[in-house]
Design a protein around this ligand. Sequence first.
Ligand SMILES: CC(C)(COP(=O)(O)OP(=O)(O)OC[C@H]1O[C@@H](n2cnc3c(N)ncnc32)[C@H](O)[C@@H]1OP(=O)(O)O)[C@@H](O)C(=O)NCCC(=O)NCCS
Length: 326
Amino acid sequence: MQTSGGSIEILDLRHFSAPVLRPVLELEGELWEKRLHWDYHASARLLMQYLDNHMLPGYAALASGRVTGYVFCVYEETKAVIGDVFALPNENNGTASTTEETLLRHLFELLLNSPHVERIEAQLLLHPSGTFGAIFRDAGFEIFRRLFLVQTLQAHSKPAPSNLPADLELRPWREADLAPAARLICEAYREHPDSLINDQYRSVHGSMRFLNNIVHYAGCGSFSQQASYVVVERNSRELAALVLGSRVSGQSGHLTQVCVHPAFRRRGLARMLLAQAAHSFARLGATEISLTVTEVNAEAIELYKEEGYTCAHSFDAAVWLRDATP
Ligand SMILES: CC(C)(COP(=O)(O)OP(=O)(O)OC[C@H]1O[C@@H](n2cnc3c(N)ncnc32)[C@H](O)[C@@H]1OP(=O)(O)O)[C@@H](O)C(=O)NCCC(=O)NCCS
């Protein structure tokens, strides 16, 4: 498929191999570092492997024979997840967004015309909230604003005070926690706005998939077992709460998940787990921790603010449902 969008050409991403995209990925990496203190190298390497396998659905933008941008998605059964969109600034007007919008429109057209795709999700973390609001809405997506919060770590932060009731036990994450953690996530996010954004949270099977991606496939930085903890209920051996940490750069840890079972809320478990993860990351040499939270999740935001997190960036999550489109 080849169409034109102004002076750029849009071509199937599977025609290209990694080296031609390298300048685009390098500039993107600089932006990840600058905006989010996130080391993009591991993600770029993974992306380049997929590109070299010529299996990644998406599009590349070309100007004067040079690749200047890309967009891609991955399929999970009947869902498509838009993984990323990025373009070099246009030489004429200095902005990347026209090329990025053109790339996104091509991807929307592909996905909306793929009958097996029932749902599309996107969380374009790098791009400030509102950047693509109009074109997502025009294509029938619902948008949820999300915040990127950051806490500066004290080099000698204290470990969380352990004043848990006798029926609960705090311990580091273990591989065998995957299945109970999936059950906990499914319970914790019942009727929760985040399960509108990520439908994996709505089932144990989906939560397992989410966890596998985080823990085994560097889905969001490299999983840090030393900064991940669970609270276990001694009788049932089920999990009452958990925090999962990943390393996203030498200086930054990232919390990929914090949740507490509804039966154990407002007892200070989340606050304790945040302090525990912060202490561990500080000991591992990180100087800050980040996390993302949906703007309507007021209780969680209240907790993070009290713990000293401040908002460093905002971005949009977008969801499209085939059934919701007239
Ligand atoms: C958000 C969540 C993790 C809080 O867990 P928790 O163990 O109940 O939180 P804590 O008891 O440690 O609460 C600490 C503070 O957070 C705030 N807070 C927590 N829940 C609140 C609520 N329902 N309403 C208002 N404030 C709340 C309060 O300031 C509270 O302090 P206080 O109890 O002294 O008033 C939990 O509600 C949860 O799992 N929610 C669903 C999953 C989720 O949203 N995770 C965060 C995704 S970014």
